[in-house]
Design a protein around this ligand. Structure first.
Ligand code: NDP
Length: 248
């Protein structure tokens, strides 16, 4: 089997479940050491154990992407242990849906804080290490909603649109130091996040997806493996949709 990420050290935020866990599994099965960061220690330990049980490498830390000081400490510890950080996947994300007319200020703030500022915090803390080593890959998980907008998700759409702008800005800022930054925009992917949606909404979207199904976390993870690998050496500042053709 061709292991595309042999020996790479890869941090995945929100990596204990859903798309993040699938990315960690795929990275590890491609030879990387996945470093899972997520809110709950127990969830982190379980995720690490599952990858370990499959015969691959992973470690984990409980951490919150909205807390820059704690993220800085965790990244320092990772760097001390492995002497490098090759890949960061900014995957942690949340939704607090509601119409603009009724949206609580706290729902706006928390979504922007986790999805956009959390991505900035981790990017800022990791870039110090990547700049010194003059190499690195940052992958930001945005969403098709950040491109097309969605009624009832103004906060989420704004945060994910912001992630796209942050991706392009950091790609321009870091390119000369050998650091590539790309965004992946999943469509409708089957995880706990979308399990919360009413069945009618899921059916409606599945019908209009040209490939006629919701995506799987693995569909997103496979794209992340490619973008994180040396095969994507000439790709930076891009937004790659993994959406079954939902928007084109
Ligand atoms: P899930 O809700 O299944 O998983 C998200 C993970 O992130 C959870 O483990 C969660 O922890 C963790 N997390 C939440 N807040 C923080 C934080 N502040 N710091 C660290 N970790 C945190 O989501 P998905 O797997 O569905 O989504 C992953 C990413 O993909 C998100 O950015 C999402 O916006 C994006 N996306 C998802 C799509 C989908 O259809 N599912 C479509 C497009 C984009 P806990 O469980 O403790 O809350």
């Amino acid at each position: 089997m061709c292991r595309k990420l042999e020996g790479k050290v890869a941090i995945i935020t929100g990596g204990a479940r859903g798309i993040g866990f699938s990315i960690a599994e795929c990275f590890s099965s491609n030879g990387a050491i996945s470093v899972i960061i997520d809110l709950e220690q127990e969830a982190v330990d379980e995720a690490v154990q599952m990858i370990d049980d499959a015969g691959f490498s992973a470690v984990g830390f409980a951490g919150d992407v909205t807390n820059p000081d704690s993220i800085a400490e965790i990244f320092k510890e990772i760097h001390k242990e492995f002497e490098k950080i090759d890949i960061l996947v900014n995957n942690a994300g949340i939704t607090r849906d509601g119409l603009i007319m009724k949206m609580k200020e706290s729902d706006w703030d928390v979504v922007l804080n986790v999805n956009l500022k959390g991505t900035f915090n981790c990017t800022q803390k990791v870039c110090r290490f990547m700049m010194k080593q003059r190499s690195g890959v940052i992958l930001n998980i945005t969403s098709v909603i950040g491109i097309m907008g969605n009624a009832g998700q103004a906060n989420y759409a704004a945060s994910k649109g912001g992630v796209i702008a942050l991706t392009k800005s950091s790609a321009k800022e870091f390119a000369s130091r050998g650091i590539r930054v790309n965004a992946i925009a999943p469509g409708f992917i089957k995880t706990e996040m979308t399990d919360k949606l009413p069945k009618e909404v899921v059916d409606k979207y599945s019908e209009v997806i040209p490939l006629l199904r919701m995506g799987l976390p693995k569909d997103v993870a496979n794209m992340c493996v490619f973008l994180a690998s040396d095969e994507a050496n000439y790709v930076t500042g891009q937004v790659i949709q993994v959406d079954g053709g939902l928007i084109m």
